[in-house]
Write a protein that binds this ligand. Structure first.
Ligand code: TEU
Ligand code: CA
Length: 600
């Protein structure tokens, strides 16, 4: 992925959020938000994301599958989550683990059959759990029938299902292509004497949404799944579906300049994006009681409302990248500063995004997924001393913020980065092709591999850790990707028995969120914003206030919140005993302590 692509997501525009009331007593007396809550199931949902390839293998081929997920539905139900988002399970040659779909209406052979899918959906619904499918419609696989046809001749009706640059116009204007060994988004196709566009690998040609026939074909496919009863879609890079099809030259200046929106406008978020989404809503989404969430790659606080304001009739939620990309150094691949990230800035990011959806639209909260390193390694501390505490602290954050939480399977165990030493251990096209790109350009691949230990996607894709038996109980065969050796201590079997485990803490936090509507709909107010160690905030609804205190550091910390806390009831604390609050003294927190209080 080219530097600009990453950099544009990373750089925070300057902003000033004024949280004038940083003292708790002023919070308590501040006017209560008169919300018209507009309660919906998807605002109250707790979404559990499953990467099917890595969850549970039922037949010993080393690859997780639908039957494997079905065999673990009671585990999932028992967590208390209310919805499951499955990464793509459609037929795919797996250049990008299912994000290259060759048939939208068939199940990937490795994952099972349509009958397995129907059983999965039925069994989830029986347990009161919704199913959210991944919708990958910016691109298909190059093995999709449409592309196989379209690439044969310019007169083939499927040619116009994709974007082409005729070779007689010369070489196409440069576009960065993620996952491309040469870093380019154009690949030459001999039979048509033209280049096709692929924002991801050359095995993932971009669909041409300008073609109404293509749009209709996609909508029909969506109805196929909705008519089966699925409860919604997570829409992969949906902001990319409309492009400026003149393909203007993106000058080095635009490529290199700091984020100002222009680059992403040229590249994605094209002129018809919202028209297409409204059409999708009108013709498909509005006919069903479902939820939709956009993967908001390149979406800013300025553009986000266009996707999710309810009166625009497009989508319900989106997830932004300002949080997960926070703290990366500028460069052509993701790299963290040795001293980590600055908490004050992180608080600003989440507070700014909360304010965007305060009155309109609805947000999401996540700290990890299949594209990110493990939450505890990235945002907490995966050393043996702090892994459990910091992981619980992060779980507290996700489940006490406003916005629908998306929780990535394995994080409830405190699973951590595997940190591969050698390129041969990686399976992810992103890492492998970036490695090749760097090598071809004489760059320092050793430094890249070091950075990948912290940032690579494969860190989150290692098999789910069920028990202490061979391969963590994930498979009886050879797993498609190595199991994290820490499975001997980090696994469901051990954690289920330990009342103080990450797993049991996650369940308690879910219960807490379900019991307190304040945690779902309540106004969010940041406190003590300059505190470098502690993230504290309140959630307030109808006169009820919940105070959340999170120490993001391995040191004791103190907040600058002074208040008479005689009425504070500690609802949960990640240390065994509740946090002691002394009257009129700054609240002291232990390393990575998380504590939640009800204030009245
Ligand atoms: O990710 C889109 C995206 O923006 C990625 O480039 C992401 O930023 C990157 O993986 C982070 O390292 C989506 C999917 O979530 C991802 O798994 C797919 O590979 C990609 O689209 C292509 O479909
Ligand atoms: Ca299998």
């Amino acid at each position: 992925m080219k530097n600009i692509f990453i950099a544009s997501f990373l750089i925070l525009t300057c902003f000033s959020v004024s949280f004038s009331q940083s003292k708790l007593n002023s919070v308590k007396t501040s006017p209560i938000l008169q919300e018209s809550p507009n309660h919906t199931w998807w605002k109250e949902a707790i979404v559990y994301q499953i990467y099917p390839r890595s969850f549970k293998d039922s037949n010993g081929d080393g690859i997780g599958d639908l039957k494997g997920i079905i065999s673990k539905l009671n585990y999932i139900k028992n967590l208390g989550v209310t919805a499951v988002w499955l990464n793509p399970i459609y037929q795919s040659p797996n250049a990008d683990n299912g994000y290259d779909i060759s048939n939208y209406r068939q199940i990937m052979k490795e994952f099972g059959t349509m009958a397995d899918f129907d059983t999965l959906l039925y069994e989830l619904h029986k347990r009161g759990i919704k199913l959210i499918m991944d919708l990958v419609v910016n691109h298909t696989s190059n093995q999709h029938f449409w592309f196989m046809q379209g690439r044969t001749s310019r007169t083939n009706p499927f040619y116009s299902y994709y974007h082409w640059w005729p070779a007689e116009k010369g070489t196409p204007p440069y576009r960065p292509g993620s996952f491309d060994v040469n870093g380019s988004a154009w690949t030459y196709n001999k039979p048509t004497n033209s280049y096709y566009l692929h924002y991801f690998s050359e095995m993932q040609p971009d669909l041409n949404w300008e073609n109404p026939k293509l749009r209709e074909a996609i909508f029909k496919m969506m109805r196929f799944w909705l008519n089966k009863g699925v409860d919604g879609f997570r829409m992969d890079v949906i902001s990319f579906i409309s492009k400026d099809t003149i393909f203007p030259i993106i000058t080095p200046k635009i490529l290199n300049e700091k984020y100002n929106g222009s680059w992403s406008q040229y590249y994605a978020s094209g002129p018809y994006l919202h028209q297409y989404l409204r059409q999708m809503n009108r013709d498909v989404l509005s006919k069903y009681n479902i939820m939709t969430v956009a993967e908001g790659a390149g979406v800013t606080t300025k553009t986000a409302p266009k996707f999710v304001d309810s009166d625009r009739h497009e989508l319900n939620m989106l997830y932004h990248f300002d949080g997960v990309d926070y703290g990366y150094l500028p460069g052509i691949y993701k790299k963290l500063a040795p001293n980590g990230y600055d908490l004050v800035g992180l608080k600003e990011v989440y507070s700014k995004w909360d304010s965007i959806f305060e009155h309109r639209g609805w947000g999401t909260i996540y700290l990890g997924n299949h594209d990110q390193p493990r939450m505890v390694s990235r945002w907490g501390n995966d050393s043996p001393k702090w892994r459990t505490l910091s992981s619980k602290m992060l779980t507290t954050f996700i489940l006490t913020m406003r916005g629908t939480p998306y929780y990535y399977a394995g994080d409830e165990l405190g699973m951590s980065n595997i940190k591969f030493d050698s390129i041969s251990e990686y399976k992810d096209i992103e890492t492998i092709n970036m490695y090749k790109y760097l090598k071809n350009h004489g760059e320092d691949v050793h430094a890249f591999l070091e950075a990948q230990k912290m940032t690579a996607r494969d860190n989150a894709r290692t098999p789910f850790q069920w028990n202490t038996s061979v391969n963590a109980g994930f498979t009886k065969g050879t797993p498609w990707i190595q199991v994290n050796p820490n499975y001997k201590t980090v696994n469901v079997a051990i954690e289920a028995r330990d009342p103080n485990s990450c797993l049991n803490y996650f369940k308690k936090m879910i219960e807490l969120r379900k019991q307190h509507k304040t945690l779902i709909y309540g106004k969010y107010t940041l406190l003590d914003k300059e505190n470098k160690q502690i993230y504290s905030y309140t959630r307030t609804l109808n006169g009820k206030t919940i105070l959340i205190l999170l120490n993001f550091s391995p040191k004791d910390g103190r907040t600058n919140i002074y208040q008479n806390f005689t009425n504070a009831i500690c609802l949960i604390d990640n240390y065994n005993e509740s946090l002691k609050i002394k009257i009129n003294e700054p609240v002291q927190l232990r390393p990575y302590e998380a504590a939640v209080f009800e204030l009245e």
